[in-house]
Design a protein around this ligand. Structure first.
Ligand SMILES: [Zn+2]
Length: 126
């Protein structure tokens, strides 16, 4: 018994078509075409997802900073962590190791975002 695929128009044996568990007849398109559709849908979904992530990441780029007259771009620890994409713990580690610069504004700690840029720029190549 051969069936004709609605997608590619080829005649193929019934084994070339997936059975539909709840219906009595096989799928109208062959296994190859079905696989093609599924992977096309998967590729599309993956592309949409990565686009969403990209937009979210761009939104996150907007960091609240205080630009001082000296040109320093200062941000809170929280904002600095978002900017550098590291944890609070890592942020304090970097400050203590003098890998990034931070300033004390009374009780608050302000991190120099340019020093984060500089640190990333100076990372050794693997
Ligand atoms: Zn087909």
């Amino acid at each position: 018994m051969t069936l004709v695929c609605q997608e590619c128009g080829k005649s193929k044996p019934a084994s070339g078509f997936y059975q539909q568990p709840r219906r009595l007849r096989p799928m109208p398109i062959c296994k190859d075409c079905h696989k093609g559709r599924v992977s096309a849908r998967r590729i599309k979904r993956r592309a949409e997802l990565s686009e969403k992530v990209r937009i979210e990441m761009t939104e996150k780029e907007e960091i609240d900073t205080v630009v001082t007259p000296t040109g320093r771009r200062l941000a809170t620890i929280k904002e600095a962590c978002r900017y550098g994409r590291f944890s609070h713990t890592k942020c304090y580690e970097l400050i203590n190791a003098k890998r990034i610069r931070a300033y004390k504004f009374d009780t608050r700690t302000l991190v120099d975002l340019d020093s984060i840029d500089a640190m990333f720029a100076s990372l050794p190549e693997m």
